[in-house]
Every structure is written in C-alpha cells, then in structure tokens.
Design a protein. Structure first.
Length: 303
C-alpha cells in the first residue's frame, strides 16, 4: 500500500511533517500562543476544543484567518479539577457522556466504559456543527486525550468517528504505522490493529497519517528545557518516510493557565521550542517538508 505522502504525490523516501497544536480554545493563554505561532508560520495546524469556555475566541480568530489550518479536537473528557466542560449538544440525549455533575469524565477509561455509541456520534456532529456556525471551516479532526481510540479498555468509537469525518470531509488523526514514544515500531499485535483501523478509515473515504508522534505531556524527573529540546530534535531526526504528525500543546504560562493547569511551565516550553533556532535548523538540515492538514483534506476530496 502506498503511503499518504505518496498519495499526495511525494516520493517514497520524502519525509513530510505536520506540527499540530492541540487544545486551541482551552483558555485565553492557549489561544494567544497558538494564534501567534500559526500567524508566524512556526506551526502548520491546530485543533479546536469546542466544549471549552474560550472556544469562541479561537473559532472567530480562525474564521478571520481562513488560510490557516484549524481542525476539530473532538473532546469527551474534562481532565482539570478546577476547570470543567461538558457536551455542546443541547437538543438530544447525551447522559451517557457525562458525570453526575454534568461534565465530561476526567479520564478516558470512564468515558470508554459508559459512553453510548449513538450518543457519541450525536456529540461528534454537534461539535462539528458548532464550529461551522462560528464560521470555522475545519481542515481535519483529532481527539483530545485519545478517548475515542479505546486505548484504556479496548472499547473504541472509531466507527462513529469515520462516519462523521466522511460526512464532513475531514481527514482524521490515525496512524497506519504505530510507533512508541521513542519512535520505534510498536508490538506486532498493536501495529496490526493500527493498520486494520486505518484501512477501515480509508474504506470510508477518510485520509489518515502514516505516523503519529509526540513527547510526554507531563514534566519528567530532572527535565530541563534543554533536555526537552534535545528529545524533540531527536524525534525530528528519526522521522520515517511518509507523513508524520507531531502533537504539541503550546500555551503562554500566564496566571490564568497556572490557575488550573498542572503543567503550565512545560506548555511555555512548547511555545519556546517551536521558535528555537536549533529546532528550526534541524528542520532544514534534515530536509523535512512541512505541510498542513489542508493538503490531506484536498487529497480526501479527490479520492
């Protein structure tokens, strides 16, 4: 099977990379950092959390800047203790998606166990429709905290995702080749599962990635900005031929972010990292081709 890069018309040895900023709309601090990085060309795409309180600001900014690639960060978990959100759907039953308080569960495991697939699809559509009503023309979709992949219990909701993404013309964050955080190929049973689900997505007309990578979200023991940067550079130098997406979570480490977020310092590192001269030099030296999700969306429209 040809890689996504080859389907896009690139050579079989060329390495394409999308750096995507997750959690657009989470808060004002995230919006400020992500919109700035998009405007300055340091990242190629971002994904918007429609259920969050600052989603409208991010969506309206995206609508005013239609050339940037902004997609939908399908959200079904609400992980912070002091800041919560729930479904955007107000016209249909979604009780299986929430806690007794009416918020999304804190963890993906709880969501996977209790969510009704039909209600998941209802909320998926509601989040897309909300984005459209706010003037956003989404270029792609992915998933907050991996809640739809079944990684915790084996109970996934990808069939519903593929149906919605096919209906709205959205390529989806799903790698056909599964890698561990170190960039090594995953165990055979997991690798085969990834290929199978990627084939299902493509059978529905949904374009997916070749590889998906990211560094640990939380601060590691004795971690410094310099060690984090070194890890990121190693990630870039180890990219395989094909289309790879690297997930990152930039936000300005403001008082607002510190009020609820336990990893505010590292989110500031993400902002700094994407503009770091050593990182930018690595992109050039490695001859990496930086693209956005719009190219994958155009491919999906052609297929």
């Amino acid at each position: 099977m040809r890689s996504t890069a080859q389907l896009l018309g690139y050579g079989e040895r060329e390495r394409l990379v999308i750096v995507n900023a997750d959690d657009f709309g989470l808060c004002h601090a995230a919006n400020e950092a992500i919109s700035r990085l998009l405007s300055d060309g340091f990242i190629q795409s971002a994904t918007l959390m429609l259920p969050c309180g600052w989603a409208k600001e991010a969506a309206l900014w995206s609508a005013r800047n239609p050339k940037v690639d902004v997609g939908i960060h399908f959200t079904f978990t609400s992980e912070w203790d002091a800041y919560k959100w729930g479904p955007v759907c107000r016209t249909a039953a979604v009780e299986s998606l929430v806690t007794e308080e009416g918020y999304f569960p804190k963890e993906a495991k709880t969501f996977e166990r209790q969510a009704d697939p039909a209600q998941v699809k209802t909320e998926l559509i509601a989040q897309v429709q909300m984005a459209l009503q706010l003037g956003l023309r989404p270029t792609h979709a992915d998933n907050h905290m991996g809640s739809l992949y079944g990684l915790e219990t084996g109970r996934d909701f990808l069939t519903q995702v593929f149906e919605v993404c096919a209906e709205y013309g959205l390529p989806f964050r799903l790698p056909r080749n599964l890698l561990t955080e170190t960039g090594q190929v995953a165990p055979p049973e997991l690798a085969e599962l990834a290929k199978k689900r990627a084939e299902e997505a493509e059978a529905c007309g949904v374009v997916v990635l070749d590889y998906l990578l990211g560094l640990p979200f939380a601060m590691q023991f004795n971690e410094t900005y310099e060690s984090y940067r070194a890890q990121f550079i190693q990630l870039l130098t180890g990219l395989q031929p094909g289309v790879s997406e690297i997930i990152i979570h930039p936000a300005d480490p403001t008082e607002e972010l510190n009020a609820f977020h336990t990893e505010a310092q590292k989110r500031g590192w993400d902002v700094r990292l994407l503009q770091d001269p050593e990182v930018l030099r690595t992109f050039e030296e490695q001859q990496l081709i930086r693209i956005g999700w719009r190219e994958l969306q155009k491919l999906q429209m052609r297929l």
